[in-house]
Design a protein around this ligand. Structure first.
Ligand code: FEO
Length: 398
């Protein structure tokens, strides 16, 4: 499948319905993904990005049906990660001298991955490439989400090729934002931002302000994953601006794991306490060993506060809680409160360990956390309930 985006632009990417995880096993892709590659035909023909390595041969065969490969005058590599550069190796066997436009880091990273000294043309923000009837302007987009990333902007058409930014891991044959299920699209956008872009929010904020400052017309955004924003493309830019600004909804998320349901009972009692103090707040409970961790992280991203619970096991915490805490730490969430809880039988280290992890991860601790001995009795359940009330009240009065 190829798809006409405009008179001069054809999408020549890959819709990957089979993809279940991305970045190895780090990111769940319940709805697959797409690797978007774009062919621009003008006096000079330009290919923007390619597809992931397993689809390299399929990509080159399909591209050849669209255009004789030797008629591709320029390749633009907006980003060197293998989901976009993976077919370059195969493509460049056929057109080894064709210039590849990329940032200085892009050239470095592509050399590092493919060990080929292709004809790199290093560009910086503001550099332009004339392709006949119009120019393509390059805009470096450092840390959105790698140091090499850049955007390419087709000047007369007002089309931004934004690579990973504004994308989603969302397979669709329809390929345009106005044609797909809006709730699915919104969810995949926020999940993508929460799990991939959160640590780089200050770069996102700065880049959006810089792009808006250029006062360029924006008729379409063509990202490298998911649908093309042809209907009100500024909606996703504005959404990113909101997400980059310490985004929160009126939500508290409780994440926990449990061995014999004691920590689970504590989570439930905390929930009752929260709702007793504030019945307008959304409370969500997730067992970290049963639910998808990227979906949980999406809920953490939306939350004003989180509670994290684990029983003590072998003087430590359960592995599913340790695993998600490692991811949460890396994402550098800002402006969120937190507290720990958990059951124990004898040594009882889990609450202290989780509190320390939360603090290291940048959360403001509401209190020192709550330990519950054995199966919660009425007194412990009451303490959990009070903890819930205390958190809800603290957030309500903020
Ligand atoms: Fe879609 Fe950073 O690669």
């Amino acid at each position: 499948m190829t798809l006409k985006i405009s008179d001069s632009i054809t999408w020549v990417g890959k819709v990957d319905w089979d993809l279940q995880t991305f970045h190895g096993e780090e990111y769940s892709t319940h709805k697959g993904s797409t690797y978007n590659s774009y062919l621009i035909r003008d006096e000079k023909n330009v290919l923007i990005d390619t597809v992931w390595t397993p689809y390299a041969n399929e990509f080159v065969d399909k591209l050849r049906q669209e255009i004789p490969l030797e008629k591709i005058d320029y390749v633009i590599a907006n980003h060197s990660e293998p989901d976009h550069s993976g077919a370059l190796f195969e493509l460049m066997k056929h057109i080894p001298d064709t210039p590849i436009y990329c940032t200085a880091n892009g050239a470095k990273f592509l050399r590092g991955q493919y060990h080929k000294d292709w004809n790199f043309r290093v560009v910086k923000t503001g550099d332009k490439l004339n392709i006949g009837s119009q120019d393509i302007m390059f805009i470096e987009a450092v840390m959105l989400h790698w140091p090499d990333t850049m955007f390419s902007y087709l000047m007369n058409d007002g089309i931004l090729f934004s690579n990973d930014a504004f994308g989603q891991h969302y397979a669709s044959e329809l390929m345009f934002n106005d044609l797909v299920d809006q709730a699915e699209l919104q969810y995949e956008c926020i999940k993508y931002y929460a799990n991939i872009l959160t640590p780089f929010s200050r770069f996102v904020d700065k880049k959006i302000k810089e792009f808006i400052g250029l006062q360029l017309p924006l008729n379409q955004i063509c990202p490298s994953h998911g649908v093309i924003w042809r209907n009100e493309p500024m909606q996703i830019v504005n959404q990113y601006a909101a997400w980059a600004g310490n985004y929160q909804e009126n939500q508290i998320t409780i994440i926990y794991d449990t061995m014999w349901d004691s920590t689970k009972k504590m989570a439930q009692a905390i929930t009752r306490g929260i709702l007793a103090a504030d019945n307008t707040v959304t409370v969500k409970l997730y067992n970290t060993s049963q639910r998808d961790r990227n979906d949980i992280i999406t809920e953490v991203f939306k939350s004003r506060a989180i509670l994290v619970g684990s029983p003590t096991v072998n003087r430590g915490i359960l592995s599913s809680v340790a695993g998600i805490m490692e991811e949460i730490k890396g994402l550098s969430f800002a402006n969120k409160k937190a507290a720990a809880f958990g059951s124990y039988g004898w040594s009882g280290e889990s609450v202290k360990i989780i509190s320390s992890l939360l603090k290291e991860s940048g959360f403001e601790l509401i209190n020192e956390g709550l330990k519950g001995l054995w199966n919660p009795d009425e007194a412990i359940e009451a303490s959990c309930y009070q903890l819930g009330q205390q958190i809800a009240t603290a957030l309500k009065n903020k």
